[in-house]
Design a protein around this ligand. Structure first.
Ligand code: ZN
Length: 420
């Protein structure tokens, strides 16, 4: 199921997504076909959600800058990053000076087009590379943006998979960025692979699972305005997935509390991997801001490969399909898979015998006790030593400092032998 992630991302890459609008709707429809459990929830323009108001719906068809000699620049049809997100419509001849007041570049990365949006102010603008800006000829320019800001809807997709237990594990990702890959199509792709895994892998789920795809910030605020009371009762661990497609690092953005079940689960799943970076809540930037806010206070941490704001291609045209890999996406998928397996195998393993079980008579111990053989079964011993029914599987992994996958395998084996 995780094999398709790169294909999904390639299919969706060209669409112009934003908080609202056609590209965003098409993106949600695409994933709803893959996982029909995902159901659309709409909020109308003007609707109050906590301290915010649902904005107008933004639709865009075309845009460009045209010099009086006929040469075109910043053509939307070549890259949707060329238009500032939520630009109001315009069709006007202006001077180069005035044009420059509406042009955004990334001066320290002069070849790249930056991603810029201006959601909550009436504004318009174009994004081009610093080099292109410096080469714009003198003269007048026609600025053309064929967009509309209308009363419409802000939409998100929501899936709930019921398990035996009411307690639920939660996954959130956002779908509001135009053509960029790591931030942000990687997150929705991994989330959908996880959703498929959860519904296809288990006959009887021990826990319930909830998934949301939404526009960042306003989408999670709108979602929480409907579901926060339910989530406060049921959610025991949640993960905001973003920038999960490259191979350079594994990042854990801690919850506000810093030591929730979600934090423990993720840090256990990252044991022994290369280049693991743990960020405090002070480095938050995505929807964990809303999920962890005072009064909401859900145990939702952030998971990324290279974290947003920390990789050089972030929010530029260089965050493209070359930056992410199937291997990078699968690495992220398997971290979450191991966390889900840990939950489903039982969060609080408890040994069924008093004192150490005799492993030898079950074939679980080398026949000859010699010191170099001990290392191989150290994980088994250590697991059993902490399997007291009170220490959760993630804490056990951290106490014995073994990767969650290895601890899960040991747990499964000892269950097979009836020892836990
Ligand atoms: Zn972003």
């Amino acid at each position: 199921m995780s094999k398709n992630m790169m294909n999904w991302i390639s299919d969706l890459f060209p669409l112009c997504r934003s908080l609202t609008g056609l590209g965003t709707q098409k993106t949600l429809s695409y994933f709803e076909k893959i996982n029909p459990e995902l159901k659309r929830i709409s909020f109308k323009t003007g609707e109050k959600v906590f301290d915010w108001e649902i904005p107008k719906q933004w639709n865009i068809k075309d845009a460009y800058i045209e010099h009086e000699n006929g040469n075109r620049y910043a053509e939307f049809s070549k890259s949707n990053l060329h238009v500032v997100g939520y630009s109001s419509p315009i069709d006007k001849i202006i001077s180069k000076n005035e044009l420059f007041r509406h042009i955004y570049t990334q001066a320290d990365q002069p070849d790249l087009i930056p991603f810029v949006a201006s959601y909550y102010e009436n504004n318009w603008g174009f994004c081009i590379s610093e080099n292109e800006k410096n080469n714009l000829p003198d003269g007048n320019y026609r600025v053309f943006i064929n967009s509309e800001l209308v009363d419409g809807v802000l939409e998100l997709s929501h899936a709930f998979i019921k398990g035996i237990n009411d307690k639920e594990i939660f996954f959130s990702s956002y779908i509001c960025h135009p053509s960029m890959a790591n931030d942000n199509l990687s997150g929705p792709a991994v989330l959908n692979a996880i959703l498929k895994f959860v519904k296809e892998e288990f006959d009887n789920l021990r826990y319930s699972y909830r998934f949301v795809l939404l526009p960042e910030t306003i989408g999670s605020i709108a979602f929480l305005s409907k579901y926060s009371e339910e989530l406060k009762k049921k959610l025991i661990a949640g993960f905001n997935l973003t920038c999960v497609g490259d191979e350079r690092a594994y990042s854990h953005i801690k919850t506000r509390a810093g030591n929730t079940l979600a934090d423990n689960a993720l840090s256990a799943a990252l044991i022994d991997l290369d280049n693991v970076i743990t960020y405090s809540f002070l480095k938050r930037g995505s929807d964990e801001r809303q999920y962890c806010s005072p009064g909401i206070n859900l145990p939702v941490c952030g998971f990324s490969r290279s974290k947003y704001e920390e990789f050089p291609e972030y929010h530029t045209s260089a965050d493209n399909l070359n930056l992410i890999t199937q291997k990078g996406l699968e690495g992220s998928f398997s971290i979450i898979k191991n966390i889900i397996l840990a939950f489903e195998q039982g969060l609080y393993p408890q040994t069924k015998v008093l004192c150490e079980p005799q492993l030898g008579k079950r074939g679980l111990y080398p026949n000859i006790g010699q010191k170099d053989k001990y290392d191989k079964i150290k994980t088994r011993w250590d697991f059993l030593a902490y399997a007291d029914g009170k220490t959760n599987i993630f804490e056990i992994a951290k106490l014995i400092n073994k990767p969650l996958k290895e601890v899960n395998d040991e747990h499964q084996l000892l269950k097979t032998y009836g020892l836990v």
